[in-house]
Design a protein around this ligand. Sequence first.
Ligand code: AMP
Length: 111
Amino acid sequence: MDNCLFCKIIAGEIPSTKVYEDDKVYAFRDIHPQAPVHVLIVPRKHMDNILECDADTATALTDAIRAIAAQEGVAESGFRVISNCGRDGAQSVNHLHVHLLGGTQLAEKMA
Ligand code: AMP
């Protein structure tokens, strides 16, 4: 999609630090990490947010979360996944993405 930051990252037009990829998903480090491990997991197919997520994409995202948690060494210690949606969800990039945060004890409350 034109003018979508994450579509441009997936296409390699904007640099990113790749963590994981497969045929449906691309994952890279957040440019402003909120935890020692902060990975953004993004479907290659553009969809604005989780409300547009189909079953195949949901499965691919879950598989990627599992693989990345193991790869980043947080599968045992634990981690958090968040997908911000829309204005009140404070979504700033309108391409569905999941934040995977870990590598430290996260706050019990999110806000
Ligand atoms: P959200 O606020 O949930 O839409 O998350 C968007 C995330 O994208 C934020 O955590 C930003 O730090 C991150 N971000 C923005 N631009 C880039 C970029 N060029 N590379 C990596 N992460 C980015």
